[in-house]
Design a protein around this ligand. Sequence first.
Ligand SMILES: CC(C)(COP(=O)(O)OP(=O)(O)OC[C@H]1O[C@@H](n2cnc3c(N)ncnc32)[C@H](O)[C@@H]1OP(=O)(O)O)[C@@H](O)C(=O)NCCC(=O)NCCS
Length: 189
Amino acid sequence: MVTMIHSLTLSATELASDRLLLRKAQEIDREGFIELATDPEVRAYLGGPKPRGDVEWYIDAVGAAGLTSHPGSFVIADITTNRLVGTLALERRSADRPGHVIEDGEELELSYVLRRSAWGAGLAFEAATTVLRAAAEELPDQPVVVVTQTAHLRSLKLAARLGFRHVSTFEEFGAEQTLSTAGLHAFTT
Ligand SMILES: CC(C)(COP(=O)(O)OP(=O)(O)OC[C@H]1O[C@@H](n2cnc3c(N)ncnc32)[C@H](O)[C@@H]1OP(=O)(O)O)[C@@H](O)C(=O)NCCC(=O)NCCS
């Protein structure tokens, strides 16, 4: 049974909130994806900006559909304009990586990236709450983790506002990471 739980994330491919539409990637998202991957501020705690040419090559190789093909992976779009404001994923954290709250690993892991112009408006909070509520309705209760560089105060603030509590720190990608967790069913409405 535990193995079965581990293979799942939420099944929805589209979710709406007051200001946002969480959906799968479309051709119109190309520039948005390039900006997310190449903006030095957005990438400050994610290993730095990637060269634009590499990003374009990757998008051409996988196509728009390939960018969010995994279950639980979404574009965050403005619900009025359909313009990409960021991306969010609720996927499994591989047991091979450091940073876990259960022995077998493979916890649900929440991650989020917004365009610089979209920071400071509560949009990441709104997107995360929408996805976590939908997941809580569909999946058994289980821990969800957020892993963020300890130096990344904005991301730590968001995790805390969502109700995640700090449990440990560890090293990955040459930086100290903070692991926080919350029970999925805490997000049940
Ligand atoms: C991490 C990240 C998503 C946080 O974005 P954010 O906009 O600060 O997060 P929130 O959605 O929680 O918004 C909170 C801010 O919006 C403000 N806000 C404005 N209107 C709001 C509303 N209606 N509801 C809630 N907050 C609102 C809050 O006061 C807060 O402002 P503050 O930053 O001045 O304290 C963003 O900085 C980012 O994309 N960083 C780069 C990618 C990255 O490193 N991701 C982490 C990897 S896991």
